[in-house]
Write a protein that binds this ligand. Structure first.
Ligand code: SF4
Length: 459
């Protein structure tokens, strides 16, 4: 079945993104440092055993007008050095509670902000400390999000030397006039040369990020941008929908003044992205992620071993419980989520004064852990086998169905539209259904209130 604007329109409702379950709006400030320390200790005896580390660098040289991230502009060298010291202290303090002898690090992810806009020596400093405090698995994925505007070939040499083997490049658009109106600098070197060079240095899973729905973009111009991306042959391509929320991010009003594509144009851009990338042989994962069939994400998707965390899609093999470091970072443990202060100044002061910087969090009870497993299975792998979830939690399938308020009546519309098929073991989501996995997951979310509109649109 072909994807159409009617199909997308019909299913474009408000709903959680389910990067976590429960979503981050459930986090509360009654969750404190002592809860976090208890959860750190408990996490040693919970699965997955492996460790994922997330490092957040909330600094950028200039602010893109579309930005929805937690970042700060123009911080001085002394401020950045203080921040790096705070992260190092946090790593020392957290690792003291972890079983670092028996648990290996299988994933390290640097995000921001623009991690590559700080001096390479700071990144090396933190990486050296991580190597000192943890055992890094020989197959670990070590990833960094980079802006090509500040990326030199020598940086790639240095990052490879430190052990990085994955890179995500924020391109957003190849048109220089689009980049100019959104206040973003163009890549310093041709992106094709950068990607080719990364390969010679042993990087794989190389990702290019794009945004559709920006001023000056048209359906045809975006087609050209995606065609250019395909020529570069990255392993992964992500086409994010621009989320226009000027009541949260005032800076975005500047884009409104220039003029944004209409919702219909945006929908056409999305349909075109999907068709164009699928025609080029990329596997479509969810609504906006695409992976070359040889890439680990596409293989995991095929084998139903895909996983997801706040850093994006990942494979079940490499994803551990996530321990976050830096301002606004979120730790995703089996039993809890814990988020640090968003402001980097508050974060540094908290680390300097108390050793930790937890602002809010959430402890999951068993029922919530079960719902999370159900929703992850739908969101990542497009299946829900009640017997598998029941075996995982040593319960009966009926008990699992009760916990997620299972009611096949609620799925009838999806079944009629051939989005899912239901059998006695559970449900199987069609390829088209993967595009609206959020909508299907919502049916299994017992905490979601009918008509709740605090969330973004699912498409
Ligand atoms: S580079 Fe990324 S984090 Fe920095 S301002 Fe632009 S969109 Fe925001």
């Amino acid at each position: 079945m072909k994807i159409t604007s009617e199909f997308l329109d019909k299913h474009n409702v408000s709903g959680p993104r389910y990067t976590s379950y429960p979503p981050a709006n459930f986090f509360h400030t009654n969750f404190t440092t002592s809860n976090y320390i208890e959860q750190l200790k408990t996490s040693n005896n919970q699965l997955p055993q492996s460790i994922s580390l997330y490092i957040h660098i909330p600094f950028c040289p200039q602010r893109c007008h579309f930005c929805g991230c937690n970042t700060e502009i123009g911080q001085k060298k002394s401020f950045i050095e203080r921040y790096i010291d705070a992260i190092k202290q946090e790593i020392i303090n957290v690792s003291a509670f972890l079983d670092v002898e028996n648990r290996k690090v299988t994933q390290i992810h640097w995000g921001g902000g623009t991690p590559n806009a700080i001096a390479m020596k700071y990144i090396a400093d933190i990486m050296n400390l991580i190597k000192e405090k943890f055992i890094i698995d020989k197959n670990a994925e070590v990833a960094i999000e980079c802006s090509p505007a500040y990326l030199e070939f020598t940086h790639i040499d240095q990052l490879a030397e430190m052990g990085f083997n994955r890179m995500s490049l924020g391109i957003q658009d190849f048109r220089s006039d689009v980049l100019a109106v959104v206040n973003r600098q163009a890549p310093k070197h041709p992106v094709k040369e950068v990607v080719d060079y990364l390969r010679t240095k042993g990087f794989s899973g190389i990702n290019l990020d794009f945004i559709y729905g920006l001023p000056l973009q048209t359906v045809d111009s975006l087609k050209e941008t995606i065609a250019k991306a395909i020529e570069i042959k990255p392993d992964r391509i992500v086409t994010f929908s621009y989320a226009h929320v000027p009541w949260v991010k005032e800076e975005q009003l500047k884009l409104e003044k220039i003029g944004l594509p209409t919702p219909k144009e945006k929908m056409d851009m999305l349909i075109n992205n999907i068709e164009q990338l699928q025609e080029a042989g990329y596997t479509s994962i969810g609504i906006d992620h695409f992976a070359h069939p040889d890439d680990q994400l596409a293989i995991a998707y095929k084998n139903k071993k895909l996983h997801r965390n706040f850093q994006g899609y990942c494979t079940l093999e490499t994803t551990g419980q996530v321990y976050g470091f830096g301002a606004s970072s979120i730790s995703q443990l089996w039993g809890a989520y814990a988020q640090n202060h968003k402001s980097s100044l508050k974060y540094m002061e908290a680390i300097e004064n108390t050793g930790f910087a937890i602002e809010r969090g959430f402890e999951l009870n068993i029922k919530q852990q079960i719902v999370r497993s159900v929703i992850n299975s739908i969101m990542c792998n497009g299946v829900l086998y009640f017997n598998e979830i029941a075996a995982q939690f040593q319960l009966t399938t009926n008990e699992i169905k009760d916990i997620v308020n299972y009611d096949s009546e609620k799925l009838i519309d999806f079944e009629k539209d051939a989005i899912i098929s239901i059998n006695e073991n559970g449900i199987l989501i069609s390829e088209l259904g993967h595009k609206i996995a959020r909508n299907i997951a919502m049916v299994f979310d017992p905490d979601l209130k009918q008509g709740e509109s605090i969330y973004s649109k699912t498409i």
